[in-house]
Ligand binder design. Sequence first.
Ligand SMILES: [Zn+2]
Length: 274
Amino acid sequence: MKVYDGSKDVLFAFNIWDFESAMAVMEAAKETTGKVILQTSMSTYKKLPHKEFRSFVTQFSDNQGIRAWLHLDHCTDVQMLKNAVDCGWDSVMLDYSDRNLKENIEVVKQITEYVQGSDCLIEAEIGRVQGVEDNVGSREGNIATEHAIDTFMEQTNVDLIAVAFGNAHGIYEGTPDLHYNLVEYTTERYGKPFVVHGGSGLSDDVLIKLMTIQNVKKINISTDLKLAYRQGILEAKEKDLIREKGFQTTAVEECIFRSVKETAKAKLMLTENL
Ligand SMILES: [Zn+2]
């Protein structure tokens, strides 16, 4: 079943980087909402065995009794995007947001037909979310305008839409100045599922506020999980598990796994406030 088909749910989408992190996120979903999106960046996509990973996610989620979808995020490579569609990814994001609006629209239009000819959904971005995500992105953000939103939406037919509204990838410096009016403008006017990028580092209150806006359907979390991974390593070090004598890979991995899983769980549990 396609993600977002008639679903009223807001889904969290976590960037994973290997089988282990995918498992930690799916276990977090099992203990909370039972639904989650796993995202691969381009660099993660390159290193994973695609068909094997697809099968693994399907089988593991089925066995856990949960729903898990696979998404390719911020893809700037049309061939890779088509490959993900062919390998059974549930949704893909074409990121041509560094080009001008006209070029962004042209490429989105070209690729939409290919993606929608399968069971896969397509996401695109208007404006440019600031910050770098796995080497894709820019230091300078570019908040969308209502005019750009109208032009893009009138000329394309994407399934999911992301708009740069003051959100950022990575760690926020200070309190972000979010333009909620742009989220409302897009969702009310066009009724498409809306994607919030840069969910890491936004406070729980801000995330809940965004999730309660009608048609906000997907919240992306990447940096928080990376930091959870790092925290797991630090905990292992604190417990003296990194010592050379008697070093156990499983003991260290357990610290990382738990840290990633608990971080994902805390985010997923926010949907209980809706
Ligand atoms: Zn993003």
